[in-house]
Design a protein around this ligand. Sequence first.
Ligand code: G6P
Length: 368
Amino acid sequence: EQIKKGSYDHFMQKEIHEQPHSLTTTMRGRLKDGGVLLGGLKEHLKTIRRCRRVVFIGCGTSYNAALAARTFVEELTGIPVTMEVASDLLDRQGPIYREDTAVFVSQSGETADTLLALDYALENGALCVGITNTVGSTLSRKTHCGVHINAGCEIGVASTKAYTSQIVAMAMMALAIGSDQISTQARRNAIISGLTSLPSCVSEVLKLDAEMKDLASSLIDSESLLVFGRGYNYATALEGALKVKEVALMHSEGMLAGEMKHGPLALVDEILPIIVIATRDACFSKQQSVIQQLLSRKGRLIVMCSKGDASAVCSNGSCRVIEVPGVADCLQPVINIIPLQLLAYHLTVLRGFDVDQPRNLAKSVTTQ
Ligand code: G6P
């Protein structure tokens, strides 16, 4: 086992640091001549373009990856996207139609709830697409078509490199579906060039490791941690909080910053640490105002912002600031989750818990 970990102490740590490579393999051979080539979807693109809506279905981190993809899938394809946690779709027996494209996201391709939701969508006649890391998995066999994310084997129970590769696979899927639209050509080109530079930006953000360890040591005794995000980075807030919860065994909640005034604001005091994701995108000024409101209530803030924006997000210097490299706005979640993965990792080690096998959790939940 130690040999497989190489120079790392834990698989989670190794998998976090592997991301420049895993993202490269996710994209390998798929970005061609200014376009995207996804062999597993090619035959079905016309049907997907004609569908009434896209329904994303998954559990845990895979659900969060789909949520991160939702905004750019809507933007690049013009198709409405709805989100379903697999177990909830089954509990409700929610409507799925033959005119729907149901996209199932699962690292293992074996999660029981996701597979049962797949059976349900197949019975209802939807076109079923699989996004998985596991060639030959039940998900990849039962879906009509799909994309393998090719992130390499993930051993840590808490998913890290699969999450970022899932987002990139779905970005390529959105680019392929939207490739017949002339009006979005310039935007697509910008995203494709963003994808090309993504692995090097990930290498850069990984240099925050020591800084995140230091931040972790300041949070080691906290009882709770909130993470506020919105727009492209709502998913980042949910996923960052999930990482902290599942491995560091600390209560943590990801929240939609737009909902702050409708409840969460009551929790703000000088003790509760709050991470606010405020990198540059169309929501930036709204996040600036969220930070102001939290500061005026003496909130203990840690702000993640784009490089060079420290004073734009916190002019009085009372927040702890994490500066990350900027990429195309819709790909920013791939960068932004990495400091939070590192934070969860270091918090776990410092708190003395098992990083790779968190209490009560399994890598693949194959029973309902
Ligand atoms: C378990 C794992 C999570 C994972 C989820 C969904 O809860 O601990 O890391 O996100 O299952 O797994 P899947 O294989 O479907 O992506």
